[in-house]
Design a binder for this molecule. Structure first.
Ligand code: NI
Length: 160
């Protein structure tokens, strides 16, 4: 299918629980390919299937390379980071969000093979953010507040 439309704002699909993937077939592969193509087009760190209206536990992350995750779950989370977080489904907004600084994720690849991945810092944040989408959660549910343009333009002013 190629490029898909990213759902935004109050679209109900963004608030639904996604279903577990059981068939690692051509249909799943084209979903993953479409997610990658769409993410590449719009630019961003990650995209989850519900954001294109497909309620499956599938997401991708593109930080130093493409990661495909099917049925992912966090098995270890530790540390804490506080920082800016955005979402392609909430364009033009950035929240101040606390996340674990390190996570271990278990998932399956596009062929159903079990994989374990580690993420630290921004990658850990991306894992948490994309996995939340699979449970109908958005960062605005847990953020401290929206960040102002001034704050975003002056990173040097940020506290330690
Ligand atoms: Ni998002």
């Amino acid at each position: 299918m190629g490029l898909r439309t990213i759902l935004t704002g109050d679209d109900p699909a963004l608030r639904k629980q996604s279903r577990v993937v059981t068939n690692f077939d051509k249909r799943l592969h084209s979903l993953l390919d479409d997610l990658a193509e769409t993410l590449e087009q719009v630019g961003g760190a990650g995209l989850a299937a519900p954001q294109i209206g497909v309620l499956r536990r599938v997401c991708i992350i593109n930080i130093d390379g493409l990661i495909e995750l099917c049925n992912p779950h966090i098995v270890v989370a530790d540390g804490e980071q506080e920082g800016a977080e955005g979402c392609l489904s909430l364009p033009g907004k950035t929240g101040l969000v606390k996340r674990p600084n390190h996570v271990t994720v278990e998932a399956q690849d596009r062929n159903g093979k079990h994989i374990t991945l580690e993420g630290e810092g921004f990658l850990a944040r991306a894992f948490c953010h994309e996995l939340d989408h699979l449970d109908g959660k958005l960062y605005t549910d847990i953020m401290e507040r929206f960040m102002t343009i001034e704050e975003l333009l002056e990173p040097d002013e940020e506290e330690e």
